[in-house]
Design a protein around this ligand. Structure first.
Ligand code: NDP
Length: 294
């Protein structure tokens, strides 16, 4: 019987861990959960049949999954468990973390016989709920194969390279999200200034070559609607852009558009806040243009 433990029941982790519980019930395993704010773990156990674990129980699991805000918070968790870890455990980190941290964490955990894979996810909270996430895995091929069975919240699992490659791909994906969102916001603000109906413009763009997830989903559902529901915070996206710029630097690359995007999102976060939804960055574009995008 495989015991799987999930650390971090946030916007993503809570529904991801629900799939672990379901999978464990169907396959005769055990799904343990742990959260810094313990009440969320008790709520999860009551709603989804997972079992709330102590730190020492977590440390003994066959598979440990984590989904925390940053690699620094994963380092803190490793510190909490370090003395109690069991050789043979596979630690799969679904945080959108930093490639350098993945390499350090792998070495640190290897000293205890624990194997570490970077395994960030895309698909948002709706993908987490539906079990349709994409997982990008970094690490040795044999460990990646072993990890596949422990990802019941995924519809697609891709081995993208060695340790740290998963985090690098995730960061570049998210800076592309940031570029598309911002550029669409600037273009639509200009059209709104000319008196063009923004929904009609989106209708055209979404069957034309300028379309993106930002124009198809994010802007109509969150910006034009004025809802800005908080599912992925602007602070977390700004963190991802910072990681992407570190990836460019490590590759000795040249990426002026991505660098400018980082500066713009930092300014947006300073102006509209970090705990708002990432699409609220376009409220800063709206201030720059003195008009709303709708
Ligand atoms: P949330 O802020 O909703 O949840 C964060 C979780 O981490 C909470 O359970 C929180 O516990 C816990 N936590 C925070 N700091 C620590 C710490 N120092 N030690 C232990 N636990 C801690 O974040 P999300 O679920 O939105 O994001 C998690 C990761 O997934 C991030 O790296 C994000 O970039 C990535 N991601 C997010 C997506 C989204 O749509 N939201 C999509 C894809 C990836 P507590 O309850 O005590 O606060």
């Amino acid at each position: 019987m495989t015991t799987t433990a999930f650390i971090g029941l946030g916007a993503m982790g809570y529904p991801m861990a629900a799939h672990l519980s379901r999978h464990a019930a169907e396959h005769g395993g055990a799904a343990l959960v742990w959260n810094r704010t313990a009440s969320k773990a008790h709520k999860h156990a009551a709603e989804h049949g997972s079992r709330v674990a102590s730190l020492s129980e977590l440390a003994q699991a066959d598979v440990i999954l984590s989904c925390l805000p940053t690699s620094a918070s994963v380092d803190e968790m490793i510190g909490r468990l370090e003395g109690q870890l069991r050789p043979g455990t596979l630690w799969i980190d679904c945080t959108s973390g930093h490639p350098d941290a993945a390499r350090t964490q792998r070495t640190r955990l290897a000293a205890h016989g624990v194997r570490f894979l970077d395994a960030p996810v895309s698909g948002g909270t709706s993908g987490a709920q539906q079990g349709t996430l994409t997982v990008m895995l970094g690490g040795p091929a044999d460990e990646v194969e072993e990890a596949r069975a422990a990802l019941p919240f995924a519809a697609k699992v891709v081995h993208v390279g060695d340790t740290g490659a998963g985090f690098a791909v995730k960061a570049i994906n998210n800076v592309l999200l940031a570029v598309n969102l911002w550029a669409a916001g600037e273009g639509l603000a200009a059209l709104a200034g000319l008196g063009v109906n923004v929904s009609a413009a989106l209708d055209v763009i979404n069957t034309s070559s300028g379309r993106s997830n930002a124009t198809e989903n994010l802007i109509p559902q969150r910006v034009v609607s004025r809802q800005f529901p908080v599912t992925f915070t602007l602070g977390l996206l700004a963190k991802d852009i910072g990681i992407a710029l570190d990836v460019v630097h490590a590759a000795k690359g040249s990426a002026p558009v991505l660098a400018q995007t980082g500066a713009l999102y930092d300014a947006a976060a300073r102006n509209v806040g970090t705990d708002v939804d990432h699409t609220a960055a376009l409220q800063f574009v709206e201030r720059m243009n003195a008009r709303e995008i709708r």
